[in-house]
Design a binder for this molecule. Structure first.
Ligand code: BGC
Ligand code: BGC
Length: 642
């Protein structure tokens, strides 16, 4: 039988044990795991517990096909990415989540259980994922001039990313492209610094929200620091037929005036990761620019986040990898997108620290920046995907916003004789051009694969499908991609003349330097479709799908209406809505449109505004249904000899 005293002494014994073990318990829950503490405090606590190998691991980002989850654990890797086309098999949102969660579990299996941060180029939607909504490329968003809408597209992109476990987006591109022959012109919002600043800031806020720690927030990455849009034709390290990754030959005042404002703005609005450019300034690769990264970006602009190299960007500095790594890290690169041979990067880093060529202070600074962001993002609290969001990937709700963005991105270049809108009384429409019925062509590069691809590459609605679904039952829509309608007959057996003909002409998809193009000419097959259709239709409409202005004098000459539709993505209804007059034309040119390839590169400060030396259409140009009169069109026809 128990005495009260015995019970009391047992209770007291337990209490004593608890008191004695308190310090022990505290040790078991380190401060860095306490989410009540600030990101700053947690990062400092964690850093103090880390070995050099663990620190270098945090600075290492590896492409997902170059390592296994087991490597993440063994090599203490801090970040993994999917490059363009870095999808799992099968390419479904569920498989993405499983893949990313798998790397995450491996990271959480390391002694300090530091989560990886997984990055992806979700540059117009979560665009490597089959079935995700694909928004217009930035060039089209630039044409909308609608910052709120741009922010919404980014917010939706973030949601689709979180469904797959990814909290880091290598976007927005804040380049201010000065020469549309650049294969990345479509990734920019336009040629004008103010426009880029406004829309890229809206995009960043859409991704991140007011704070990185808010639910629904993913880390954005304004890129590529700095001057990527200012390189000159032939200056590329890739050869004289390229301008991507080339030299931006401007003085510092111009560099600051033209290319720095977007960075100032995004930093003010919470940018915590910035990607370094492949390009050079003053003959020195950006990845080696200590002055611009350390002094200007981190010093003057007060950027407290971390910088990430571009894809093997460190390797561009020198043939000697050791020298390249030492130079880049000391120039202020905090994380290396290695992306392949991580063992070489890690061993080079270890050697450089041992030799004193990279100081421990520099390592601690880089790692603190990275850890702080991981804490702010809440990765330690929610390292995995949010499965509740999986049904939202490519949902109707998301597609509706993309459709609206498409409508607002269209720029009406010419509209004579009220060729547009297509009236409900229209009996026959002939549609031609491969691009009229091709999701891949209407989406461009960075769609499923790095270079994108023609054909049925993901779910969406083509322009043809959208038109067919939207016209009244009394309107017949016929499609032949070559424009071969000469055998169509009316009731009397005469050649059938359609009320309206639509030819969709397009560039082939491309990304980066593969899109550098010295001629900007469209395919002959497209032009022959225009020629074939002209005599068979009363009104001819030409729709141009391209990542930038291309040479279209022939279209301006022969068509009644010409529309620049950029690279609209998966929602073709956004085009039919406007063609049928359900939505208005509101888009305005984000790039000056050349009449002639010889006009490039433009000298913007001295652009002629009259005569045939003037561009075909100026920056900001765009007609509406209310006002389709244009002296520019008259001049275009005159200069083309019409
Ligand atoms: C591009 C970057 C991109 C990276 C990762 C590079 O080739 O320049 O914009 O973020 O690849 O895909
Ligand atoms: C140029 C400006 C020009 C503007 C709009 C900018 O990139 O530097 O001079 O006025 O684009 O065309």
């Amino acid at each position: 039988m128990f005495h009260n005293r015995a019970i009391i002494s047992i209770v007291m014994g337990i209490m004593l044990l608890l008191v004695l073990s308190a310090p022990l318990l505290a040790q078991e829950t380190p401060a860095y795991l306490n989410s009540d503490l600030s990101a700053e405090e947690r990062a400092a606590d964690l850093l103090a517990r880390m070995s050099l190998e663990e620190k270098i691991g945090q600075m290492t980002q590896v492409e997902k096909n170059s390592l296994t989850p087991a490597d993440v654990t063994e090599w203490l890797i801090g970040s993994v990415l999917s490059g363009g086309g870095g999808y799992p098999s099968p390419n479904t949102p569920e498989a993405w989540a499983a893949m990313v969660n798998g790397f995450q579990e491996a990271a959480l299996g390391t002694p300090l259980a530091i989560p990886v941060i997984y990055g992806v180029d979700a540059v117009h939607g979560h665009n490597n994922v089959m079935g995700a909504v694909i928004f217009p490329q930035n060039v089209g968003l630039g044409a909308t001039r609608n910052a709120e809408l741009v922010g919404q597209t980014a917010e939706i992109t973030a949601r689709e990313m979180i469904a797959t476990g990814i909290y880091w987006d290598f976007a927005p591109v804040v380049a201010v492209p000065q020469d549309i022959r650049w294969g990345r012109a479509y990734e920019g919002f336009g040629e004008n610094t103010d426009l880029v600043t406004e829309l890229s800031t809206a995009y960043l806020l859409g991704l991140q929200g007011e704070s990185l720690s808010a639910p629904g927030s993913v880390l954005g990455t304004p890129k590529h620091f700095i001057g990527d849009g200012g390189t000159t034709w032939g200056s590329s390290r890739l050869g004289s037929a390229y301008m991507d990754q080339g030299e931006t030959p401007v003085d510092e005042a111009t560099l600051r005036e033209r290319y720095l404002p977007p960075y100032i703005s995004v930093i003010e609005h919470g940018a915590q990761s910035i990607m370094i450019s492949f390009s050079s300034w003053g003959g020195l690769p950006m990845h080696a620019q200590s002055y611009l990264i350390n002094d200007v970006l981190k010093g003057e602009l007060g950027f407290t986040g971390f910088t990430i190299s571009d894809w093997a960007g460190i390797d561009t500095i020198s043939e000697d990898y050791y020298e390249a790594v030492v130079t880049a890290i000391n120039a202020g690169v905090d994380m290396a997108m290695v992306p392949y041979d991580f063992e070489r990067f890690i061993s080079t880093m270890l050697e450089a620290v041992e030799n004193g060529d990279i100081t421990l202070e520099r390592i601690d600074d880089a790692v603190s920046r990275i850890l702080r962001v991981k804490f702010e993002l809440g990765l330690f609290e929610h390292p995995f995907n949010d499965p509740a969001l999986l049904p939202a990937v490519g949902s109707d709700e998301h597609r509706a916003v993309a459709r609206e963005a498409v409508s607002q991105s269209l720029v009406l270049l010419k509209n004579e004789g009220e060729a547009l809108p297509i009236s409900p009384e229209t009996q026959t429409v002939f549609v031609a051009g491969t691009a009229a019925d091709d999701i891949g062509l209407q989406s461009g590069g960075w769609t499923i694969d790095w270079q994108g691809g023609a054909g049925n590459i993901t779910e969406g609605t083509t322009i043809l499908e959208a038109l067919e679904a939207a016209v009244p039952e009394t309107t017949a829509v016929h499609f032949n991609r070559f424009g071969r309608f000469e055998n169509f007959r009316d009731d009397a057996g005469n050649p059938l003349i359609a009320d309206v003909g639509i030819v969709v002409i397009s560039e082939q998809p491309y990304a980066e330097y593969e899109g550098d193009d010295a001629v900007l000419a469209l395919a002959e097959t497209d032009w022959s479709a225009v020629e074939r259709l002209r005599p068979l239709v009363n009104k001819l409409v030409v729709i141009v799908l391209s990542g930038r202005p291309v040479m279209i004098n022939e279209a301006i000459m022969s068509a009644d209406a010409v529309v620049a539709a950029w690279l609209p993505g998966t929602e073709g209804e956004g085009v039919s809505d406007v063609l049928l007059g359900i939505e208005p034309f509101t888009g305005r040119l984000p790039y000056t449109w050349p009449r002639d390839i010889e006009q490039l590169p433009f000298d913007f400060a001295n652009l002629p505004t009259e005569g045939c030396d003037a561009p075909l259409f100026p920056f900001d140009y765009g007609l509406t249904y209310e006002n389709s009169e244009s002296s520019w069109v008259d001049l275009a026809i005159e200069c083309a000899g019409g």
